[in-house]
Design a protein around this ligand. Sequence first.
Ligand code: FES
Length: 496
Amino acid sequence: MCQITIHSENGVQAVPAEPGQLLGEVLREYLTAFAMPCAGNHTCGKCKVRIDGAVSAPDEAELRLLSEAERAAGVRLACGCRIEGDVTVTLHEAGASKIVSWYETPAFAHTENGYGFAVDIGTTTVALQLIDRESGKVLAERLAENAQRGYGADVISRIEACKEQGVSVLSNRIADQLEAMAAECLREAGIAAVSESVVTGNATMLHIYEGLDPFSLAVVPFDVQSYFGCMSRRTLAGAPVYLPRCVGAYVGADIVCAVLAAGLLDGGVQLLADIGTNGEMALAKDGRLLCCSTAAGPAFEGAGLSCGMPAAPGAVRAVKLENGVATYETVNGEPARGICGSGILDALAVMLETEATDDTGYLEADWPVGSSGLTVTQKDVRQIQLAKSAVCAGLLTLMEAEGLNASEVQRFVIAGGFGSTMNFDSAKAIGLFPAALRERTAFVGNGALGGACMLLMNHPLREKSEQLAQEATELSLSTSASFMDYYVDCMSFMEF
Ligand code: FES
């Protein structure tokens, strides 16, 4: 048995490991916040750690993904080195952040009393709030990276991991994370117990939380094991948990909650985009709801980029041009450690304005983000290009299905953490959304969490949300010829 001594922002921890074991597996087991976005496939280069001790020699993938300076400093890919003796590991990145979640909801009656948790399990980020159900006051809250992120950045990697490791491994990991976050909140608020909780999320996250095999979600015809809209088999802090209903395999309970929080069915033609690792969208017209989901990838959440990170302290969150020079701002004004979704969007808008790149996204050399020491690479530009094209093509396909164009949409609601921090002018400049929507745009923040709070405080709304999910139509983009045409057209970085 070997000893692994881990230095992280949480202090020093010594854990056992078998000779020959992959270091990434050990870190994933003991550190819930340790990220392996490509699930250890040696393609993302994001699992870098500094190592001192006996490990296997770097393979070809590591040599490709690490610079000479990094190798000289003892940096390795945790998914690439096997343990051969005692090792000391230093982690570079802070794992969890305590940035709170923001959202808006329409006025609604509070029919319940006592305390409860509202939870949104995002593929990348988990948000939890302890709420006084009578007053609606948020008593404590936590936002952390999903503890399953060591099993890949997107839902497909998580489903694969469930197949390989067993659903219970990932299921217990998220359940344990929620229990730990809930316990912290109860301690902070000085409250002994809650009456009930509402846990929302996309269909994959809810399947895994419930311990249901999510494999059918990944293969044609994309069947769910459950739509939910029921009580969970789990409890949270010892109290029952309600799971809102999903529309289908790729339009989850999170979008249903966001529709509720955005008041999307309150009248007129309204469009909602919730941009996370999946771009989920809904169009309300004449009381009908048409929804779709596109695989935007995690780039807008800061994952999958060469220097990407969540919107935590030290993340470049805004970039602008001042007297012809690119300047930047970071979260909390801390030294730049990486770039988050809103920052990369701004960076691209500035790169287009200064002609560092053109509408094809071609980049002659890595682009320095001001004096931050960070750069945007050609691969980063391509990641954003694919993500923005998927989102924009999804919106256009939804509108086309209802015979609408952008100028006929009366209200365009953007939800999601990225949505509430991004600069719409940058989004418009790179062609993320049709420019005609600019004047009618509203931001609701984390609509999924907002909707979960509404369902926590008002039981009759649960029936309404279940009916809404049951009656909504899911538009399959994978078989849509229009979507493919738009997807190709939307690749260009240009306003339209
Ligand atoms: S390169 Fe190690 S997890 Fe992606």
